[in-house]
Design a protein around this ligand. Structure first.
Ligand code: MTE
Ligand code: MO
Length: 221
């Protein structure tokens, strides 16, 4: 300790520890090449550990007895599943990240549900089919390309982190398309329409990008 330095050695030690911790935290926030947290966080996103709720101001709570999922449109065999039939389909566990266009991302969400691929195998889209439109119980709609809906990580999820998906987060069943901004992941799913033509949904008609790739920041059109 030099003359004129009025910080006690113990305090200085504490300060250095604190700064080292800030440096570690800061590195996780802003990222550096090769940092696994940075590599998982798309540009312009910040990591959260809570799970924000975003909706249009209503929270549908359908009676499980009356719940149905319809898959129709340009398919060989349209489907209407009730709750027991939906649960009777093969169940898949997937852990994926959420990226919301409003800027938050949430890592490691453990989903359980039916893969989009299982649904598509059951309905068999016709040769001209190119698009999917999701219809929700709150009036919300959103559109995705059929080949993207057929991605191996796409799920119709009814459980999250070991518990039934809550009504706030779109239970009993929501779409989860982790590769795209979260507005594509329709909550309170009631119908999937397979179509030859694209049909922009609620946010797509209000200025959001038609595709919504978080890695190239396709936020707005
Ligand atoms: N049916 C329906 N699905 C929806 C929405 C909605 O308002 N209604 N909001 C979208 C948006 S903008 C986001 S970011 C996510 C939010 O899902 P969360 O509330 O579970 O975080 O749901 C998407 N799916
Ligand atoms: Mo969103």
């Amino acid at each position: 300790m030099t003359e004129g330095d009025d910080t006690a050695p113990k305090d200085r030690e504490k300060l250095i520890r604190a700064k080292e911790q800030w440096a570690r935290d800061g590195r996780l926030l802003t990222g550096r090449p090769g940092d696994p947290a940075r590599d998982r966080l798309p540009p312009g996103q910040r990591l959260v550990t809570d799970w924000p709720v975003l909706d249009l101001g209503v929270t549908p709570r359908p009676d499980p007895e009356k719940w149905r999922l319809r898959v129709d449109g340009l398919v060989e065999r349209a489907l209407i599943l009730d709750w027991q039939e939906f649960l009777g389909l093969p169940q898949t566990h997937l852990t994926t990240d959420i990226h919301c266009v409003t800027g938050w991302s949430r890592f490691d969400n453990a989903w359980e549900g039916v893969t989009a691929r299982a649904i598509l195998e059951a309905v068999r889209p016709k040769a001209d089919a190119r698009h999917c439109i999701f219809y929700s119980r709150d009036g919300y709609t959103t559109n995705v390309r059929l080949d993207r809906f057929a991605g191996e990580d796409v799920l119709l999820a009814h459980r999250w982190n070991g518990e039934a998906l809550t009504a706030e987060h779109g239970g009993p069943v929501r779409v989860v398309m982790p590769r795209w901004y979260f507005w594509k992941s329709a909550k309170w799913l009631r119908r999937i329409e397979i179509s030859a033509v694209d049909r922009p949904g609620y946010w797509e008609e209000r200025g959001y990008h038609n595709d919504g790739d978080p890695w190239t920041e396709e936020r707005y059109s």
